[in-house]
Design a protein around this ligand. Structure first.
Ligand SMILES: Cc1cc2nc3c(=O)[nH]c(=O)nc-3n(C[C@H](O)[C@H](O)[C@H](O)COP(=O)(O)O)c2cc1C
Length: 269
């Protein structure tokens, strides 16, 4: 029996799950944490998170990612400003910036006087970004299992060029997102946010959206109720998602990502 899966789907009662264990309970109990205590992280936290991150699968064992641990309050503040003034970046004791990183391999090629052709192609950017995302998510699973909290910071791409400058990133390195890490403030607990019903995201054999409309309508009501309970005046999921994508303005500067990536020698082909 799970204590979190009913919250994940906005149901009133816990549902019986035949297949369940503590790892899955921790995964399904995930919530993004945006209010942190100033309690320092326990000794060895970074080592453990890195071991979990490096244990993720990696395309062709390229290990085409790196991470920057930012603890300096002044640097965190500067990055917070670049990421839309998100206070939790300053508050959390640790900000991890996850990097798609093909530069390490390029350096090995240079040592052998070899010119790499593939990094300029879009798929190489995908390979390195997927590697970074899988590693980061392993770290999130690990930190949550240790009683810590985290939140991803995609807004680090709002002013990508300035973040690249701040972190002194060489060509073929790109910050995919940040991740705040710390102890959640128990006075302001985050809740498990309901997701779409499984039948809305699962397709069997081929893609079909024939039953989607009623599923989404129901979910819109569920999530609206969730936001009301949280004291938030947030529109339905559909409204929110459309609003997030409807105009270039909502990209908050990320419309420049493509040009900045090209400056970093990524995605030219
Ligand atoms: C790649 C990525 C970037 C995100 N960027 C931000 C961000 O900049 N600021 C923030 O507060 N939350 C950010 N989030 C957190 C999402 O808003 C959050 O995961 C989503 O609303 C679902 O809530 P939950 O994680 O509590 O289940 C990001 C999540 C992901 C996966």
């Amino acid at each position: 029996m799970s204590s979190s899966s009913h919250q994940r789907y906005g149901l009133d009662q816990p549902q019986p799950n035949a297949l369940w264990n503590d790892v899955i309970e921790s995964l399904v109990g995930h919530r993004s944490v945006r209010t942190y205590l100033d309690t320092p992280l326990p000794e060895g936290t970074l080592d453990t998170l890195l071991a979990a991150a490096q244990s993720a699968a990696t395309s062709s064992n390229l290990q085409a990612w790196s991470v920057i641990a930012v603890e300096d309050p002044a640097r965190k503040s500067r990055l917070a400003v670049l990421a839309g003034n998100q206070a939790h970046i300053v508050q959390a004791p640790l900000l991890l910036v996850w990097l798609a990183d093909l530069s390490r391999i390029e350096r090995q090629a240079q040592r052998r006087d070899v010119q790499l052709e593939a990094p300029a192609y879009l798929d190489s950017l995908l390979v390195a970004s997927i590697d970074a995302a899988l590693a980061a998510q392993n770290a999130v699973v690990a930190l949550e299992s240790l009683g810590l909290g985290g939140v991803y910071i995609g807004a680090l791409r709002n002013d990508l060029a300035a973040v690249i400058d701040e972190l002194q990133l060489p060509p073929l390195v790109f910050p995919v997102f940040g991740l705040c890490v710390g102890y959640a403030d128990p006075e302001k607990p985050a809740a498990v946010k309901p997701r779409l019903p499984q039948s809305a995201i699962l397709h069997r054999e081929v893609y079909s959206h024939s039953h989607e409309r009623t599923l989404i309508d129901t979910y819109d009501q569920t999530i609206a109720g969730f936001y009301r309970e949280q004291g938030l005046d947030t529109p339905s999921w559909s409204e929110q998602a459309i609003g997030r994508l409807r105009s270039i303005k909502t990209l908050n500067g990320r419309e420049r990502v493509s040009a900045t990536l090209k400056n970093q020698h990524f995605g030219q082909q």
